[in-house]
Design a protein. Sequence first.
Length: 78
Amino acid sequence: MTTSLGLGHQSHPLIGRLVVDHAHDDRVGVLRAIAPDSKDNRYGLVIMVPNAPPVAWLAPEGGGLEWTTSPDAIEAAR
């Protein structure tokens, strides 16, 4: 079960842990957040939660460019 953390972010038991992203060739990364993606907001100030489904925000373990995927596509890395 997830709970709201505010600003569109949701709790998730794997936040901060390594996960496998099955939607992107089993790429491994750290789950940073479950939150909406505001792709349509071109460099503007976000003043409200985007009306978009939440996505999983992941980052490479050693740092680098984040990517997004469906929350249903991730599981804990073994």
